[in-house]
Design a binder for this molecule. Structure first.
Ligand SMILES: Nc1nc2c(c(=O)[nH]1)N[C@H]1C(S)=C(S)[C@@H](COP(=O)(O)O)O[C@H]1N2
Ligand SMILES: [Mo]
Length: 888
């Protein structure tokens, strides 16, 4: 088959014992000689004709973004896509990776849904983990995990867990819900080992009138411990397969999945499977836990986010709570953006994906249409779970595999269908739908609701013909990742709710009115007229009193730090930044309405321009222009090369749009660089002055001092992010900005006003040299330019002086018009330059106004805030006027 990436093996999900080596999952709770343990472990899978867990590689490294969070102790797999910023940890694997793992998912790629920090449980404390069964029972039980292992029968069987939010991004594209954007990989399967819940509950002997089983975890959240409930009679029914699990694919549960003990409820939404289990409470009423009431519900479709926030009755109605999963399916192949070459291709293409039913109901058919539902074809289905069902009783993963009497289907199944490539070439999309044994079939149209849960319309993959290729597109990409056919349809003006996937129907009256357009929720305080400058904003870019900008308006996040459902961390990481994209994408209408309370002013024009996240290039600009920079929109450059200058400075070379392009940055001005944290998508913006000559074609070089994290202090977000950028990565640039410009030959402008200068006093510290260097070099390189320069450059050590060789060369060639002085606070013994900080004494000696004669003189200053402040005071004392000073 002539498919172009991603590639895959057809039979991977059917991996059998006869295939390659058996996997050797690590056994974190066995302290025995590990070689032997691995061997035993492998043996248990070798014995039977059942799907094997995929090879696992437990992550060993704490990922960079996690280091700043309460989960900073927890290593994770970097392939996982974060759906709610950095913290809490809510992730799914790329759909193709998930599908390629096969029937069972490795613990490191298993989706994670955490409402808060992960409770940390040390291995030595696991046997003593205590939990209780209480409430309406004759015989309340308190037991430890050790007791559970010793006193109860251990069972092992496969279970698929699905978050009720699976496929929610599709709902969010139609209309923002109160939930974050899951793609179609909020589903995973593992072999769970533990005690069947009915065994345990029966021991406690529920009293008459008891109808519910409430469960509570150890994770303390803004609204209490996580908890929920299910019907007691479900918990008592072994066919439903509810389990208290401590193992997953033969190894101890990993921390993200409930280590050391969790509930596993097959066939129901994942939200009921409480992790880090501490309490089971038998009750007459459903759980009154906040998370039971305000989460995992499908409210009627006409209830808007605002309505649901204003009237709690919607949440109290137990009829809208969801338990059994809805019938669902998705296509894994063709993958999103997969291409199929028509030339020399095999005659058939195998379309495939997953399907699952709810409440233990078997998927009884999966159907595919190439003509939008006029005709359907029946796909083949592989029920891997049945191969476990057919096993004779045997030991597996520390429990007994014996599914005799378990009729229910607790796992997903995989479907596939061969379609002639020429038929694909003629079709414009592939839809799939599944049906369960109760004939519950996936609907054609989306049922939108406030929480966006249980989304299960036909899964659509579009087919575009591009020359000799077919290119496939999935409905969406998870989280804030751009792409997907729905976004494309929406951007093209299609109304996704028109009952025809937003496509324009033929015929004169075809364009039906838009049925429901969500109103924009006002997010500002009426009548508030407080203009805030970018400098004021920047004072609030730290943990305390974080301010952030949405749509040019300033919000103070301080009072909401504790209550923010996404945790304080996500507000803090937006501090001082424009978070419009991120905020608008993640938050519901209710959250937006709450913003009014935190609104404190509006960013001024200059600030807006500086922070603007406008990505759109000017209209009608087909050809890239002669000049790269645009003051009002972000332009993309590509990281071309990194050169290491010293242990903490690098030169980053960026490629402009084409070889003949100039940067378009006047001497003395700066540009802004915007990076997105690859994980959190958070935008980081800083201004820089390139060190390459402004006339350089096709490229620009930026010198960056990297502020690494140290024990005492956090380093620089921007410089670290830049350091981590891979070659070939896009970076956004905007500019020019700055109030100063050097026109040459003694003429400059300040805020547009022309000024003549005979002598420049240039004072800089550390990386503050970069804007100064631009001006200095322009003067030195122009033989006709008679302007004098006195440059005072302060650093700690000799190695810290940036651009020293270039500066020295320029100075040597122009001795008549320049004086170059370095001062070091930690000079080497043989240092011949100045010593000490740039402060009053040194300035008095070398920069007294009187030394600069009668002519017009001007001081350019650039350095850390403290330096600029002390220089400012000192200069005023030695005869300089504020009008003479310019701070970059
Ligand atoms: N204690 C606790 N249990 C929890 C949650 C949680 O945040 N805390 N999240 C629930 C939700 S919504 C889902 S979908 C599943 C996810 O389980 P997983 O992270 O192991 O995939 O756990 C459920 N159990
Ligand atoms: Mo969930």
């Amino acid at each position: 088959m002539a498919t172009v990436a991603p590639t895959h093996e057809d039979t991977k999900h059917l991996r059998r014992v006869s295939d390659d080596l058996p996997p050797t999952p690590p056994d974190s709770d066995t302290n025995s000689d590990s070689g032997k343990a691995d061997e035993d472990h492998a043996q248990q899978f070798v014995k039977a004709d059942i799907p094997l867990p995929p090879p696992t590689q437990p992550p060993t490294e704490v990922l960079e973004p996690d280091k700043k969070t309460p989960d900073s102790w927890l290593p994770r797999d970097p392939r996982l896509i974060r759906l709610t910023g950095v913290h809490p940890f809510n992730v799914e694997a790329p759909l193709t990776d998930l599908y390629n793992e096969g029937f069972l998912t490795s613990p490191e790629l298993f989706y994670v849904r955490n409402h808060g920090p992960v409770p940390q449980v040390h291995d030595e404390d696991i046997p003593d983990w205590e939990f209780s069964i209480e409430g309406m029972v004759e015989h309340p039980i308190k037991l430890t995990l050790r007791d559970l292992l010793e006193q109860y029968e251990q069972k092992t069987y496969p279970v698929t867990l699905v978050c009720a939010g699976n496929r929610r991004k599709e709902q969010n594209v139609v209309r923002k819900t109160k939930g974050f954007s899951w793609g179609a990989a909020g589903v995973s399967t593992a072999l769970f080992t533990g005690v069947v819940l009915s065994d345990l509950i029966r021991k406690a002997r529920p009293k008459r009138g008891a109808r519910y089983l409430c469960m509570e975890g150890a994770d303390k959240l803004p609204n209490g411990y996580y908890g929920t409930s299910v019907k007691l009679n479900w918990a008592l029914d072994p066919n439903r397969g509810m389990m208290l699990a401590h193992r997953m694919n033969g190894e101890m549960l990993r921390p993200d999945h409930g280590k050391p003990l969790r509930v596993v409820i097959p066939g129901q939404i994942g939200g009921r499977s409480v992790k880090w289990l501490k309490k089971l409470v038998v009750t007459a009423e459903p759980s009154d836990n906040w998370y039971h009431i305000y989460d995992n519900r499908v409210l009627p479709t006409m209830v808007s986010p605002e309505e649901s926030a204003n009237d709690p009755k919607w949440w109290m109605d137990e009829r809208y709570a969801i338990y059994d999963l809805s019938t669902n399916s998705a296509t894994a192949y063709p993958a999103h953006e997969e291409q199929l070459c028509l030339v020399g291709s095999e005659p058939n293409y195998r379309v495939k994906g997953y399907a699952y039913g709810g409440g233990g109901r078997r998927i009884t058919r999966v159907e595919v249409t190439l003509d939008k539902g006029k005709t359907w074809r029946l796909a083949k289905i592989d029920y891997a779970e049945d191969r476990y069902r057919e096993q004779q009783p045997r030991e597996l993963c520390g429990g007994t595999l014996d599914m005799e009497g378990q009729e229910a289907s607790h796992c997903w199944c995989f479907w596939n269908l061969d379609i002639a490539v020429h038929e694909l070439a003629e079709a414009s999309d592939i839809f799939v739908r599944a049906m369960d044994e109760s004939m519950n079939v996936q609907p054609r149209d989306m049922y939108w609701s406030v929480l966006g849960m249980m989304n299960n319309p036909w899964f659509r993959v579009t087919i575009a013909k591009e020359g000799d290729y077919l290119r496939f597109e999935h409905p969406t990409q998870p989280a804030l990742m751009p792409g997907g056919l729905m976004e494309r349809v929406k951007k093209a003006g299609g109304n996704l709710a028109n009952g025809y996937w937003g496509e324009k129907l033929g015929g004169p009256e075809a364009e039906e009115p838009v049925t429901e357009v969500a109103k924009e929720v006002p997010m500002t305080k009426e009548g508030l007229k407080n203009v805030v400058t970018i400098d004021e904003l920047r004072k609030h870019d730290k943990d305390e009193a974080p301010w952030f900008v949405v749509n040019g308006e300033i919000y103070d996040g301080t009072p909401f730090l504790d209550a923010h459902p996404g945790g304080a961390q996500s507000i803090v990481s937006a501090a001082g930044l424009d978070s419009t994209d991120e905020f608008m994408a993640i938050h519901s209408e209710t959250a937006k309405a709450m913003m009014r309370d935190y609104h404190i002013g509006s960013l001024d024009e200059e600030g807006r321009a500086a922070l603007s996240t406008n990505d759109v290039q000017p209209d009608g600009q087909a050809e890239p222009s002669a000049v790269f920079l645009e003051p009002r929109s972000w332009k993309k450059g590509t990281l071309h090369a990194k050169t290491t200058n010293s242990w903490d400075t690098k030169t980053f070379s960026f490629k402009l749009e084409h070889e003949g392009q100039t940067l378009g940055l006047p001497t003395g001005q700066h540009l802004m660089i915007r990076l997105r944290d690859p994980v959190t998508r958070e935008a980081i913006i800083r201004s820089y002055t390139p060190v390459s000559e402004t006339s350089k074609l096709g490229f620009m070089d930026v010198l960056v001092k990297i502020y690494f994290d140290t024990k005492e202090r956090k380093g620089g977000k921007m410089s670290q992010a830049m350091d981590q950028l891979p070659i070939g990565h896009f970076v956004d640039f905007k500019g020019p900005i700055g109030k100063f410009e050097y026109l040459g030959r003694g003429i400059c402008t300040v805020n547009g006003k022309e000024k003549r200068v005979k002598t420049f006093l240039m004072i800089c510290g550390g990386s503050g040299i970069t804007p100064i260097y631009q001006v200095f070099r322009a003067i030195m390189q122009d033989r006709e330019d008679q302007t004098k320069c006195v440059l005072l450059n302060g650093n700690r050590q000799l190695e810290d002086i940036l651009c020293k060789t270039d500066l020295d060369t320029l100075a040597k060639d122009n001795e008549a018009k320049c004086q170059l002085m370095y001062t070091l606070t930690k000079p080497p013994d043989d240092w011949e330059g100045l010593r000490g900080r740039i402060a009053a004494p040194l300035l008095k000696e070398h920069a007294d106004r009187a030394m600069f004669g009668e002519g017009e003189a001007m001081v350019l200053i650039c350095g850390p805030e403290a330096l600029e402040k002390s220089v400012h005071e000192a200069l005023l004392e030695i005869g300089w006027k504020d009008d003479d000073l310019l701070f970059f």
